[in-house]
Design a protein around this ligand. Structure first.
Ligand code: NDP
Length: 485
């Protein structure tokens, strides 16, 4: 039997589920069928206030606990998530439409990794001693206070955990707003954290669309905002946060290049392009959607890519044999279809897919375009769907120049057997998260985030600690104060 997707209540505030039916109804649609499977309500201003007040009330006591104690709660939550992986994965599948084959290994498990990793670091967050002759100074790593997390719809469990784990490890409290498209999973994360011993109010979830996010971001009590979303939303949220000089982490969109040189292992390069374009039906921010293939191997690359795409199994996402799901929403499918039409109009060669399977729900075929040029819309704009563009190139210089000619800078990948070249090329690509002979790995130990319009700050790794804490410096004079008068 599949998990019941209906949550106990729409929100999670002060340690318990909270309902307020006065808020705008938000239907939760299962993308594989188009059916409504649950319904939540957007937060009213009173509920936003309650969430902020409960986080504020809880934060200082949480921060005052020893780091190992905070860490123990996070690590216990990680264990619970792993024990309930199947149930959480089914919920993630119902919330997003991503196949269970993926969610079983990529969502609650990745959330648990973050809770475990930052749980382990919580006891090791220290300042330093700075000797200054007979005087000295020390630093204290302090939490920021109340943090707001705002999530996109593609990885609702993972995004909630990637933000909550470092925030809570540092002694902050958080109010998290999931995307209104996928409101269910963050509520489970909140429940599990409390079950693991998190004091009430330290992590709260409120539902709602952009205006609820805006209310949170502009509240004077908020010290930090971490957003995962698109660049246009990022601009708005960054601007609103700037008003109050709040800290920000912005994990935004991309149009990342994946460079395949003619000496690459072709099977691995094709595998990387598949993972970097079709996993999660292409709804991954770091995807390598501009696949630059050195001219000499282009046709072989395309042949092998289209052959391997025959292995796609579209079907019931809850069937573990299915490896390709629907788009998250009707709206997202319309956007992607619009881009496919644009690609054809502007002269790209459609070599695979492009159609809309005749089944209920928001399905779209995995699509490959060849002969794509840099000026085409599909090569410039983020599509956020299963559309791979192959661009040809001749030589390293040209590939680097064209790969960098974008406002984005999230990820970049290189496939080559020449490791000197791999490092040389990656060294010149302007992107935050890069891959050599691989694509889209995101282990919690490694910083993740973008350059240029793709973002500010880093998630995961020790680097995330810098973005959820601040240093207090304390100067200590051991002798007398010598004042001039
Ligand atoms: P959106 O930018 O539309 O929304 C992101 C979140 O911000 C949602 O919860 C949204 O609410 C909320 N929001 C919208 N307007 C405001 C506002 N004015 N103030 C505060 N919050 C607001 O992104 P999508 O949900 O469509 O997600 C897809 C995008 O996310 C892609 O561009 C993708 O590249 C990016 N992304 C980036 C990742 C990264 O780590 N770099 C990872 C995953 C996705 P609601 O939608 O409920 O209205």
């Amino acid at each position: 039997m599949t998990v019941d997707p209906r949550p106990k209540a729409s929100h999670f505030i002060a340690g318990r589920p909270v309902e307020d039916a006065a808020g705008d109804p938000i239907p939760v649609i299962y993308p594989a069928t188009g059916e409504e499977i649950a319904r939540v309500h957007g937060a009213t201003p009173d509920l936003v206030e309650a969430a902020i007040a409960s986080a504020r009330a809880a934060q200082e006591d949480w921060a005052a606990r020893p780091g190992v104690e905070r860490g123990r709660v996070l690590r216990r939550a990680a264990d619970i998530m792993r024990e309930r992986n199947r149930e959480l994965s089914e919920l993630e599948t119902l919330d997003t439409g991503k196949p269970l084959q993926e969610t079983l290994v990529a969502d609650a498990t990745s959330g648990a990794d973050a809770l475990e990793y930052f749980g382990g670091l919580a006891g090791a967050l220290t300042g330093e001693h700075i000797p200054l002759g007979q005087d000295w100074a020390y630093t204290v790593r302090e939490p920021l206070g109340l943090c707001v997390g705002i999530g996109a719809w593609n990885y609702p469990t993972q995004i909630a955990c990637w933000k909550a784990a470092p925030a809570l490890a540092c002694g902050n409290a958080m109010v998290f707003k999931p995307s209104e498209t996928t409101p269910l999973c963050a509520l489970k994360v909140a429940e599990i954290l409390v079950e693991a011993g998190l004091p009430e109010g330290v992590f709260n979830v409120v539902q709602g669309a952009g205006e609820v996010g805006h209310a949170l971001v502009t509240d004077p009590r908020v010290a930090k905002v971490s957003l995962t979303g698109s660049v246009p939303t990022g601009r708005k949220v960054y601007q609103a946060a700037a008003e109050g000089i709040r800290h920000v982490t912005m994990e935004l969109g991309g149009k990342s290049p994946l460079l395949v040189f003619s000496d690459a292992d072709l099977e691995n390069a094709v595998g990387g392009a598949i993972l970097g374009n079709f996993y999660s039906t292409g709804q991954v921010c770091s995807n390598g959607t501009r696949v630059f293939v050195e001219r000499g191997i282009k046709e072989r690359f395309l042949d092998r890519l289209t052959e391997r795409l025959e292995g796609i199994a579209m079907g019931d996402p809850l069937d573990e044999a299915t490896n390709f799901g629907p788009m998250v929403s009707a709206r997202q499918r319309e956007i992607v279809q619009g881009y496919i039409a644009k690609g054809q109009e502007e002269g790209a060669r459609l070599v695979h897919g492009g159609g809309r399977p005749n089944r209920p729900g928001f399905w779209i075929e995995p699509t490959v375009f060849a002969d794509v040029t840099d000026d085409m819309t599909i090569a410039r704009e983020e599509i956020f769907g299963p559309v791979l563009s192959v661009l040809d190139f001749d030589g390293e210089e040209e590939a680097i120049r064209r790969a960098n000619a974008t406002e984005y800078g999230l990820s970049a990948g290189v496939f080559t057997r020449d490791l000197a070249r791999a490092h040389r090329v990656i060294g010149r690509l302007r992107a935050g998260s890069c891959y050599i002979n691989s694509y889209n790995d995101a282990p919690v130990e490694v910083p993740f985030g973008g350059t240029k319009a793709s973002g500010v700050g880093r998630e995961n790794s020790r680097a995330a600690i810098e973005h959820y804490s601040q240093l207090k410096s304390v100067f200590v004079r051991m002798g007398d104060v010598e004042a001039p008068y």
